[in-house]
Write a protein that binds this ligand. Structure first.
Ligand SMILES: Cc1ncc(COP(=O)(O)O)c(C=O)c1O
Length: 384
């Protein structure tokens, strides 16, 4: 592609051109964009921890102790006791043998696919999977086959009709642009029946979905342990955990293979030690502060109940990701602009993030929202 100007003009004409809002405050419930204070419904900061006072103090201490950067990739000198301890704790929190810390959720998916797939591997994916899983498969030598969104019969039809050395079912546990939760019990059964590996990306469920008071919140906790047959699990720190980075949890052998073969892991500077350290603190904070998850659930319920009362049609979702589909990129951009003028930051999500004609408004609820924030939002949604 050499005709950059035409490419940009074409995006603009179709309503698919993207621009970045410049924020000049901390990531929080109220943020500052273009000098204007605004209620933030556009983050994945689900537990509102990224600007948490207690964690910020602990982070400052860690920075004093370890400095700012890690200075090297993990296999050279960028792997510290903080990374090591974090991995041990992650394995415990998620119930897997082992875990490996990576630089981002995107790189967890790209790196895992890079390490565990070969030419004779087929990766079966839901059509609404996150782009990092799709792109990770395309970048690997394996074959990508996509099935209709949440259509497990379509998956069975496809997976039963191919012969290959390794089959992998790879799915979002919570779909990032709809908030729907995958049925990991059914997917586990299908994986077992067709001798496939099952990989689950829980970027939007890790730290968020809390069914058991005393265990760490994950989407896995919604299901009975004996009903799950998951080979690898991915979680991220940049969303509910409030820090940055990601991890893969699995068996000792699979994690060792990632260390040996994952190019994004081997050839990239590791997360700063202080960041690995503060992530440990944040995970501990989440585990011992049940109330923040309760507050989040409360906000989700309040949003849904009040929307229904006002006859505002939203898609079904029990997670902090709430959406309203409009099916036109220009329409959702216009709504985003109007919301901004009224002091609300909501996101217009357009193709190719969602399929064509499914353009939508995405609302990210957090534990930091107050009733009055949610009411202001619903008051706006009622009028559009
Ligand atoms: C399902 C899923 N996986 C991975 C990622 C990427 O995670 P990160 O932001 O840590 O790169 C996202 C980001 O939104 C996501 O929704």
């Amino acid at each position: 592609m050499t005709d950059f100007i035409n490419a940009l003009n074409s995006l603009k004409k179709k309503g698919y051109y993207r621009s970045r809002a410049v924020m000049s405050s901390a990531q929080d419930t109220i943020i500052k964009i273009n000098g204007k204070k605004i209620i933030n419904f556009s983050s994945n900061n689900y537990l509102n921890l990224s600007n948490n006072t207690q964690l910020k103090k602990l982070y400052a201490k860690k920075i004093n102790e370890y400095g700012i950067g890690s200075g090297s990739s993990p296999l050279i000198s960028g792997y510290s006791k903080e990374h090591h301890q974090l991995e041990k704790e992650l394995a415990k929190y998620t119930g897997f043998e082992s875990a490996i810390v990576t630089n981002s959720g995107y790189l967890s998916n790209v790196g895992l696919l890079n390490a565990i797939t070969e030419k004779e591997t087929i990766v079966y994916q839901d059509k609404m999977n996150h782009n990092s899983i799709v792109e990770g498969t395309r970048l690997s030598s394996s074959k990508l086959i996509r099935y209709r969104h949440n259509d497990y019969n379509d998956l069975i039809n496809k997976i039963s009709s191919h012969k290959c050395k390794t089959k992998i079912i790879y799915v979002d546990a919570v779909f990032s642009m709809t908030g729907e939760i995958s049925n990991l019990k059914i997917l586990s059964e299908i994986a077992k029946d067709y001798k496939a590996l099952l990989v689950v990306d829980d970027a939007h469920g890790f730290g968020v979905i809390r069914y058991k008071k005393n265990s760490f919140p994950t989407t896995l906790g919604m299901f009975k342990k004996q009903d799950l047959n998951i080979d690898a699990y991915i979680g991220t720190f940049g969303k509910a955990v409030g820090t940055f980075g990601s991890f893969i949890a699995s068996t000792n052998d699979l994690i060792d293979l990632v260390v040996q073969k994952s190019k994004p892991y081997i050839y990239s500077t590791s997360l700063p030690m202080a960041l690995a350290g503060i992530t440990r603190d944040s995970l501990r904070y989440i585990k011992s502060n049940y109330e923040i998850n309760e507050k989040l659930v409360h906000n989700i319920e309040y949003f849904k109940k009040t929307a229904e009362k006002h006859n505002i049609v939203i898609e079904e979702s029990d997670t902090p990701i709430q959406i309203k589909i409009f099916g036109s990129p220009k329409k959702v951009l216009d709504i985003q602009r109007k919301a901004f003028a009224e002091g609300l930051f909501i996101q217009a999500i357009r193709y190719p993030t969602v399929p064509k004609n499914s353009d939508l408004i995405r609302i990210g609820l957090t534990a930091g929202h107050k009733r009055k924030h949610i009411e202001t939002l619903l008051n706006f949604l009622k009028r559009i």
